[in-house]
Write a protein that binds this ligand. Structure first.
Ligand code: SAH
Length: 436
């Protein structure tokens, strides 16, 4: 999960790897059952073969045992098993340690527009009935877990934000965007590129298709959408992720139910998501704490957007711009009845795992020094490299060593629109403790 600040810096020159140039455009058909002699064919180690059979969507470079020729980024690679039978097909990327992102395992089939239409409809069906008109911001496609490796699609009201994490999509954008227009009929589609792809130039503007991460003419204002009846702005062009942390919706809702009459500290508050729910839920006061002035300003605007709600209108709202790790480690005199700790990812790579676990433990221990008797502490982690058990373990250990008594109210994981079907996609965890 990328929670770093990422002001855009990509070039605004015209299309070099974009819409019209790629060989996969046009018909969008790639027949894999009648693979031409030059079709890229791979064989894997026995271990990787069974991992792929088991449904894991990534094939790492060191699992490729045989390859008939060099492949180009984004082309389809067909994987054959040790009996020379079709095993899987996926996007090939010679520049990534994830050499193949698997699209399909089992019987040969054609990867064409109809294939993607079926996948899109399946993703939409998966969310069917999860949200009513009170919630117009949610994830429609969650990458690999929805069969769309390296692509996420978020809805914010009538705007769709598509964020690309894999180069293979760059040559297929027109096909996919046309499909999204056909099936979802958005008012506007914004395209975002992950940092590793930002060097790829894309068109500035193509009809309704607005490309993020770049200068563009037109609608600069953030999109306003609803989440459980609360109104929020999302900076869909430049904001972190696709403009909002949609993944925390369920934890925000729970915090709203716990907030009545409490003084609340929302550490790593971003645009005030947890704060708005707490305010609506009857919190006496809410303190946003974030290092980013931009995020704190956005939170203020979100409070303004919800003044029609009596709870929000009555709640005292304060902002503190500071490094939250430092602030929480000091200032122990300030007490709160409800504390939310939702830091950015503390382990971007496996080597940072042990340090991250220690950092979570310290953050929670420091947070507890601010908690009034009877107070509730909510701690979240979005580090994929730290498992749920490791994170919960660190929090429980800090509670045990605090010299106070805590009861554990609950733990939470991924919301249904952010479901994770494999280990590497499984990042979000939350734990709720009440001090006695
Ligand atoms: N809870 C938020 C999402 C938090 S994202 C929500 O529900 O929307 C993480 C936030 O931590 C970002 O806003 C980022 O600006 C902030 N941040 C990153 N490092 C920080 C630090 N050292 N101190 C305080 N805030 C930090």
């Amino acid at each position: 999960m990328n929670k770093s600040n990422r002001p855009s810096s990509s070039s605004s020159s015209s299309c070099s790897n974009g819409l019209e140039t790629n060989r996969d455009q046009g018909g969008g058909r790639e027949r894999v059952e009648a693979a031409p002699a030059t079709r890229l064919r791979l064989r894997l180690t026995a271990a990787a073969e069974s991992i792929v059979r088991g449904g894991h969507p990534w094939i790492f470079a060191d699992s490729v045992r045989e390859q008939n020729r060099d492949g180009v980024p984004g082309e389809l690679a067909v994987i054959f098993d040790r009996n020379d039978k079709f095993l899987a097909v996926g996007f090939f990327d010679p520049e990534s340690p994830i050499r193949v992102r698997v699209l399909h395992v089992g019987k040969p089939l054609t990867i064409d527009t109809a294939f993607w239409r079926t996948r899109l409809d399946a993703a939409v069906r998966h969310r069917d009935g999860l949200f009513d008109e009170q919630t117009t911001g949610y994830r429609i496609i969650n990458g690999e877990s929805d069969g769309w490796p390296g692509l996420v699609l978020d809805r914010y009201n009538t705007t769709l934000v598509m964020k690309i994490y894999a180069a293979a999509w760059l040559g297929r954008l027109k096909e996919i965007v046309d499909l999204m227009r056909e099936r979802l009929q958005p008012g506007r589609i914004v395209l975002r590129l992950s940092r590793n792809l930002e060097q790829h130039a894309l068109p500035r503007r193509d009809g309704e298709l607005l490309f993020g991460n770049q200068d563009y003419e037109g609608n600069e204002s953030p999109v306003v959408f609803q989440e459980n009846g609360l109104r929020f702005e999302a900076d869909v062009l430049r904001g972190q992720k696709t403009g909002f942390f949609l993944d925390q919706r369920e934890n925000r809702r729970i915090v709203g139910t716990l907030a009545k009459g409490r003084t609340v500290l929302n550490a790593f508050s971003f645009s005030g998501g947890f704060s708005l729910y707490a305010a609506r839920g009857g919190a006496k006061s809410v303190t946003d704490l974030d290092i980013s002035a931009h995020a704190l300003e956005s939170a203020k605007r979100n409070f303004d957007l919800n003044q029609g709600d009596a709870g929000v209108a009555q709640c005292r709202h304060e902002s503190i711009q500071a490094d939250a790790f430092e602030w929480v480690a000091g200032n122990a005199a300030r007490k709160f009845d409800l504390i939310v700790l939702d830091p950015p990812s503390l382990a971007k790579r496996e080597s940072e795992r042990a340090g991250a676990i220690r950092a979570y433990g310290k953050l929670v221990a420091d947070g507890m020094t601010h908690l009034s008797p009877g107070g509730i502490l909510v701690a979240c982690s979005c580090s994929a490299h730290v498992s749920a058990e490791e994170f919960f373990g660190a929090v429980r250990q800090s509670a045990a060593q605090s010299g106070r008594k805590f009861t554990e109210l609950q733990t939470t994981r991924h919301a249904a629109d952010h479901h994770a079907t494999f280990k590497e996609a499984d990042y979000l965890k939350g734990i709720y403790l009440r001090s006695l």
